[in-house]
Design a protein around this ligand. Sequence first.
Ligand code: 13P
Length: 249
Amino acid sequence: MRRKLVAGNWKMNGSLAQNAGLLDAVRGGMASIPNVDCAVCVPFPYLPQAQQRLAGSSVKWGAQDVHQLEKGAFTGEVSAAMLRDFGCSHVIVGHSERRAYYGESSRLVAEKFLAAQKAGITPILCVGETLEQRENGTTEAVVAEQLDALIQLGGVGALRNAVVAYEPVWAIGTGKTASSAQAQAVHAFIRQRVASHDSQIASGLCILYGGSVKANNAAELFAMPDIDGGLIGGASLVADEFLAICRAG
Ligand code: 13P
């Protein structure tokens, strides 16, 4: 039985003052939810604050992106070793916003994934189709391309103890959640595709759903056999809502 993981993605939100209350509330609330893993992925400048306020609790913290190389002349970038220095357990790679606004290819995302893993950080690989792609019937082809880029570069072994997040672009920040059946179908597709390489890795793979997850739809989504938790955007900024989602896990 896979343990559920609920990860928050704060995106570019927060301030030192706001974060303090949110982090403390999540830390306090998670103390009574021992059966679910929880992580918050915060903007880079707030990593020391997350580390300071969450250290010694069950709540883990991480970042929302990482550079694919170890170091060098890459102004503005942050390496996996730097994330490790601040105690990050997780890092999101290939979020649809990075793919769409910063032109990140599946190959680059795969490189970032492997760089994180090499530094001992669990990458959360985001995959998912746009509305147009869903309507064209290419959802599986799109998700397969995003997943296969990693398997080609790193081998299926890269997915051992890793996390994949299925985030349909049309469900992100729109209030339009994929139905539990729609999400389950894509999660099952992802697991089967990994199983075609290695069934053991596939059965241990944590596959999160992301896209307008709220307290009132989390339980139904998380009850599906291939949904192992959620990657939560907007609702992760509200402690009570986020904790209610964790409780549904
Ligand atoms: P929302 O939960 O705000 O739809 O965002 C989902 C997401 O993009 C998490 O990475």
